[in-house]
Design a protein around this ligand. Structure first.
Ligand SMILES: Nc1ncnc2c1ncn2[C@@H]1O[C@H](COP(=O)(O)OP(=O)(O)OP(=O)(O)O)[C@@H](O)[C@H]1O
Ligand SMILES: [Mg+2]
Length: 494
């Protein structure tokens, strides 16, 4: 709230403080106009309602013929103006009621509109001619030298006539009606104020909560940054001694340090295998922290996806053979090349194929498929693009690689979570398969950095594993049928 006269800009604020209550805040002008109209309809006496500042809020008036006549005379006009000014500024005393005479013999009744001890405005009733005035008064004849007594006598009876006491009673009645309207208006105003106050309070609370949430978010972001830094530093520091361990164990294996017994060879092989595993984990951690900090960059070149996939195939063939899994690749001819980082893409498909191999038991199958992604000739929005392809039915829109396996499958409910860092479907410490759950999260980010997408589905082409009968019907959990990971890279529009 501002320090200086706050209610000037905010009437509701002013009302809460008990000041600045205005007639037009409590009753709308239409209601006041309606009151004036019905009063005039009943009694034929003009009525006007003003607020405390003298502003007209409602009226029902018919200009009197006598007044119109007097307006045509110079002194008459001046006298009329003076009377009107006097009536408007007349202040009913504490009784709330006053009468002001006019030189025509008519009267104005002024009734105060008070509410809750405050004066909000006034009602002016008149001019009306008291019944006892029979003759044209001298004051009227003398007001202007041009007044024709005949004319005045003719016009005076056209003035609305009423008993002064009757007008007094009508005025009291009108005061009571307006008081009632003011009361209900005030009540409505208070209710809406209370509503407003409670909305304001809720808004304030909401802002407070928002502030707290923003602070926690900032703290979490800072913690996340610290964690990423920590990961990057630790991984880096681990890699240096590990390279030595691997180098020396390789030298031992090759007999550079002297001949080894069969048992020693076994031990050294284990040291090397575990060392390699550790190195892969450290690489994943480093990649993850690079991705999180946004410092991962791609070395762009023209990528022939067929070459990348064959390379992954030959890398994994020995391991597949050892496990008894049939690993094959189906590479379509003439797949368009596209811009990408061949080494990072190799990492993507190596990871997907390693997963497929890891989660497919002996006797199963893993297939790598590379093909051109096409769209129907009529399916694109740009008709000019399609002219050449209408004849050939489809046009290349991208490149796709699928990694299909007949392994344990991924339950439907888990499919969106496996791309989260460190998430593993079987997260137990006694899990059968190794790994840290970083592979897919890195894969997804690398694919997205190439403008591509990755999706996972159940392998619907597979028959149920041995022992299961019932044909090619998917088990409800989605498990046991194997998985298909599909990666798509868009080709630039020509
Ligand atoms: N082909 C698949 N078949 C069945 N489950 C899979 C397959 N690929 C991934 N998953 C599930 O998704 C999880 C996450 O995979 P991700 O590659 O991120 O981690 P990981 O292989 O466990 O560990 P890392 O790749 O870091 O060595 C896996 O733990 C596994 O539960
Ligand atoms: Mg993995």
């Amino acid at each position: 709230m501002s320090a200086q006269t706050p209610h000037r800009n905010d009437p509701l604020e002013a009302l809460t403080m008990g000041t600045g209550l205005r007639l037009e805040d409590l009753v709308d002008r239409e209601a006041l106009q309606e009151v004036c109209k019905s009063f005039f309809g009943l009694f034929g006496i003009p009525v006007r309602i003003f607020n405390e500042d003298g502003q007209l809020l409602g009226d029902a008036v018919q200009e009197q013929a006598l007044c119109q006549y007097l307006q045509t005379l110079r002194d008459g006009r001046a006298a009329c103006g003076a009377t009107v000014t006097a009536v408007k500024s007349a202040s009913p005393g504490s009784s709330g009621d006053a009468t002001h005479p006019c030189f025509t013999g008519s009267l104005y009744r002024i009734v105060a509109l008070d509410y809750d001890g405050r004066r909000l405005g006034r009602v002016i009733i008149g001019p009306f001619l008291p019944v006892e005035v029979k003759e044209v008064p001298r004051s009227l004849l003398r007001i202007d030298a041009g007044v024709e007594p005949e004319k005045a006598r003719e016009l005076m009876p056209k003035m609305p006539r009423a008993r002064t006491e009757t007008v007094g009673r009508i005025a009291k009645h009108m005061q009571a009606v307006l008081d009632l309207i003011l009361f209900s208006g005030h009540r409505a105003l208070l209710t809406s104020q209370m509503h407003l106050a409670s909305v304001r309070e809720s808004y304030r609370e909401l802002q407070e909560q928002n502030q707290k949430l923003t602070e926690s978010y900032e703290k979490l972001k800072e913690l996340d940054r610290l964690k990423s830094n920590f990961l990057a530093t630790v991984s880096h520091e681990l890699r240096t001694p590990l390279t030595s361990i691997l180098g020396y164990s390789e030298m031992l294996q090759e007999g550079i340090g002297g001949p080894l017994t069969a048992e020693q060879q076994d031990f050294v092989t284990t040291i090397r295998d575990k060392g390699e595993q550790l190195l892969a984990l450290i690489r994943s951690l480093l990649d993850q922290s690079k991705i999180e900090s946004g410092t991962m960059s791609l070395k762009m070149a023209d990528v022939a996806i067929g070459t990348v996939v064959s390379d992954v195939l030959s890398t994994l063939l020995p391991a597949a053979k050892r496990k008894g899994v049939a690993l094959t690749a189906e590479i379509a001819p003439r797949i368009p090349s596209f811009r990408g980082d061949p080494e990072r893409l190799r990492q993507v498909f190596l990871n997907l194929a390693e997963n497929a191999l890891k989660f497919t038991p002996g006797g199963g199958r893993v297939t790598l498929v590379a093909a051109t992604d096409t769209a129907d000739a009529g399916g694109t929005s740009d008709p000019d693009d399609d002219i050449g392809y209408v004849l050939f039915a489809s046009k290349p829109t991208g490149v796709l690689v699928r990694v299909e396996d007949t392994g344990i499958g991924i339950p439907h409910t888990e499919r969106s979570k496996i791309f989260d860092a460190f998430y593993q479907v079987d997260g137990s410490s006694t899990r059968e398969h190794g790994g840290t759950g970083l592979g897919l999260s890195i894969v997804k980010r690398l694919v997205e950095m190439h403008g591509g997408t990755i999706a996972v589905d159940a392998n619907t082409a597979t028959v149920p594993p041995a022992g299961r009968v019932g044909g090619d019907v998917a088990p409800p959990s989605g498990r046991g049928r194997g998985s298909v990971f599909t990666v798509r890279f868009p080709l630039p529009k020509r």
